[in-house]
Design a protein around this ligand. Sequence first.
Ligand code: SF4
Length: 305
Amino acid sequence: MLKQIIIARHHGFCMGVKRAINIAEETSANETNQVTILNEIVHNEAVVNRFKDQGVGLAKRVEDVTEGTLIISAHGVSPLIKQQATAKGIKVVDATCPLVERIYEIILRVVKRGYHIIHFGEMHHDETLGIVGHAPDSITVVSTAEEIEALPDWSDRKLGLTVQTTAHEESFAKIEKLVKEKWPHIEIFNTICNATSQRQAAIMDLAPKVDMVLVVGSNTSANSMRLAQIADAICGKGILIGSAMDIKDEWIAEGTGVEKIGISAGASTPDFLVEDVIEALVDKSGGLAQVIQPERRRKRAQNNV
Ligand code: SF4
């Protein structure tokens, strides 16, 4: 029988996502022309649908936007996309996360000094496409150790390694070791963002204490999927759910041995979805499960902030 629901110390919206949503909300409230968001403002269906319901347009390609204001999502874009929009008379509002912009700055700085960049990330992720667009001839994207093994000698080239902001810390540590063995002179730029590291550390702390971890987030959210994978590797049951509706009764039925469930959420998951999941689990336990909030939230509640 479910007895405890333990919430991860760090979960849910990060600084970059909150900032992008605020920018999009302010822009759609203040602009009189048609406002369109390029790609998903953040990778979460609930957030995206809320903007859709408010009449904000959504476009996958700048070619599909002809007028008005275009909001660039937290994941950023290639400079070429912004130039194409401006050339069509479209006003561009940039909600790229400052931590993604930091990667652009690093790359532009070292490429100017003759470096070639190996970027460890998902090939078709919006963030990767934006990064590559900043120096298309000087970046090679790799997603696996095998792809690194297959790269040319490059021992006489100045090399740098960057990484997707939401990458798995342990996987990156292995990649870092591998590239250093292959090219001892390579310069490493660990560009995994704080929000990702904190959420991964929190789930590694939580997973051994529970029988199952539910991670609330979209299956388009790289960091949410990663959290579920980490939990699964530790406690054997790490499941990504989009909302409370995805919870299956059989997960906590008598005889499953599930007494403690841990809850986390990706950096693009709004709080209300997490609250819904907690409420649904408490209901399914017949109101008996105790909800254990992380220390910092308890303190905030006590101080009424
Ligand atoms: S996960 Fe990190 S890089 Fe991505 S939007 Fe959030 S703070 Fe920015």
